[in-house]
Design a protein around this ligand. Sequence first.
Ligand SMILES: *[C@@H]1O[C@H](CO)[C@@H](O)[C@H](O)[C@H]1NC(C)=O
Ligand SMILES: *[C@@H]1O[C@H](CO)[C@@H](O)[C@H](O)[C@H]1NC(C)=O
Ligand SMILES: *[C@@H]1O[C@H](CO)[C@@H](O)[C@H](O)[C@H]1NC(C)=O
Ligand SMILES: *[C@@H]1O[C@H](CO)[C@@H](O)[C@H](O)[C@H]1NC(C)=O
Ligand SMILES: *[C@@H]1O[C@H](CO)[C@@H](O)[C@H](O)[C@H]1NC(C)=O
Ligand SMILES: *[C@@H]1O[C@H](CO)[C@@H](O)[C@H](O)[C@H]1NC(C)=O
Length: 572
Amino acid sequence: MKGSVRMWPQLALLYLLTAGPTWSSAALVDLPFMEYLDSNQLVLLQWGFDEVVGNITFTLSIKTSGWIGFGLSPKGNMRGADMVIGSFGTSGIYFQDHHATGNVLPMVDSTQDYFLHSMTEVEGRTSMTFQRAIQTCDEEDFHITAVPIKLIYAYGQTDEIKYHGFNRGTKEVNLLRYITRDRSQEGEHFDFKIDNITIPANITYYHCRVMKMPRFDVTQHVYRIEPRIDNLDMVHHMILYGCPLHVTDDYDGPCYAGNKADNCIKVMAVWGVGAGAYELPADAGIPIGGPNKDTLYRLETHYNNPATIAGRQDSSGLRIRHTSNLRRYNVGTLTTGVVPSRDYRIPPGATQFHTYGTCNTSLFSELMEDPVPDLKVFALLLHTHLAGRKIRAGLFRDGQQVDFLALDENYDFAMQEVISVGSIKTIKPNDTILVECNYMTTNRSGYTHMGLGTMDEMCLAFLLYYPEIPINSCWSTPDQRNIESVPNELQPADQEDIITYENQLSSSPQYQIVSRNEGQPSMHLEATVMTMNATPTVTCRNLQSPSKGGRCSCSEIIGGSALLLLLLWSEV
Ligand SMILES: *[C@@H]1O[C@H](CO)[C@@H](O)[C@H](O)[C@H]1NC(C)=O
Ligand SMILES: *[C@@H]1O[C@H](CO)[C@@H](O)[C@H](O)[C@H]1NC(C)=O
Ligand SMILES: *[C@@H]1O[C@H](CO)[C@@H](O)[C@H](O)[C@H]1NC(C)=O
Ligand SMILES: *[C@@H]1O[C@H](CO)[C@@H](O)[C@H](O)[C@H]1NC(C)=O
Ligand SMILES: *[C@@H]1O[C@H](CO)[C@@H](O)[C@H](O)[C@H]1NC(C)=O
Ligand SMILES: *[C@@H]1O[C@H](CO)[C@@H](O)[C@H](O)[C@H]1NC(C)=O
């Protein structure tokens, strides 16, 4: 295109935010996911989202000192694409939300739903961080859902948008259910599995195998865990735990048989029915070997055999992929929720009954030598048994709820998997974690106890976080001594009685138990259950701009920039 239009001075009048080489309006969120959109690794997209709040944040970083653009497209080209473009103009920053209805002029959206957090240009790399609602209320924006989406990008060599000398491309990514590609070529693997047992003809059976991993003299990082299941109809879940050093004997038999194997409670990996492989974030790994080379591990397998079929052989297990190329952080797992002690009973006939487990992390400092770091939670697994309907995990700071770590309003016993938090959520020292489970027992005739069997209940949230601290569980159970009207085996007469009983349990003092990897657990009777906020309802949202700039009402210039964008994007 001859005599490319220099439009920055005009645009700058409208979109001037500030002058200068960098600009930032807010602290950046941690963005856990990254993907190069091109094969030369020049175009890097990082992102994170919060399904509770309903927002998604991107950082687009391209090896150019010119303008950069990003879009979401139904077909990978411009038709129907939702686009943002940003640049350092000669006298200010340009950043704008556009859409294209077809092979016609792309328009500046009548509502601007992308908000710029920061733009930088450092050593020939231009980056912009911007945020939008996952579902905006704007028909002109692309609807982000949990399916693979074609992402498009383009950039120029200068800040001046012109036809010649720019690059573009497309890549398909599932933003909300991102699974990194199998990097199995990268490392080695071994299987940790059961050795050909006969599944007993019992409805519930927990099998435990305690043994060492292969010996690694140098510390390895586990980065991927894959299920290897023989009997998909019976293997309900598997948990791999690390043992304390005083557990030195192998074991192969029923779990919770009152032997030392019961002390192996440091969760390392979790697999639940319906789940696939799990891969850790790129900068984190679970340490094995090296100083831990003598550690034993316990593989707990829960068989669910409602038809009490006899004689099935099973050698299910987990394939552990690991590398000696250590990542930046060691990953830990913190078990939170309700202590599975049989004292906590759920009455029958309840349309809903809530249980609560609390974890006041201010107890951590007395169990640790080092200062307690910020714990970065990147994934978690929620766990109840058959009566569970909903699970929520809230994060509290200075007596106020500051976030939800997890929300599952449609809990499904048959689909248990490690779920990505979407953005990295930070547990600061002294925060409290509250796990709430909601059960339905209308079909039951007797009390349901907290416990290990499938017909018992559990209420757990396993938090996967880094950097690792030497504490593996922090959970609670109500002190019931002072409750006068705890029903005995008498069933509460109606839902009102059930609610009264529920309130007595949740308002009584709670015993909180914090367990370290080594040494005695710490017990406290001072915890109280705080009130969790109502689940926010997210349909569509209009986010607030971090810096409310003036709105454009100048159609002539919009037309001009749209013309350029058409030329820029239409040949993708
Ligand atoms: C979501 O929005 C909140 C409030 O504006 C912000 O603090 C948070 O960082 C955002 N998170 C993501 C992942 O976009
Ligand atoms: C598993 O055990 C059964 C019965 O003990 C035996 O018949 C079968 O050959 C074993 N399978 C393998 C692969 O060892
Ligand atoms: C299976 O159930 C029977 C009868 O209830 C019981 O005696 C046995 O100990 C159970 N077996 C296992 C391995 O749990
Ligand atoms: C956390 O609580 C402990 C004791 O309860 C206190 O000594 C410490 O200063 C607190 N830390 C922070 C960061 O508030
Ligand atoms: C309750 O039991 C009835 C009859 O046995 C069954 O049809 C129904 O599906 C059960 N409901 C639930 C929620 O389990
Ligand atoms: C957490 O424990 C600390 C120290 O024991 C206590 O001061 C604080 O009030 C507790 N916080 C909550 C929310 O229970």
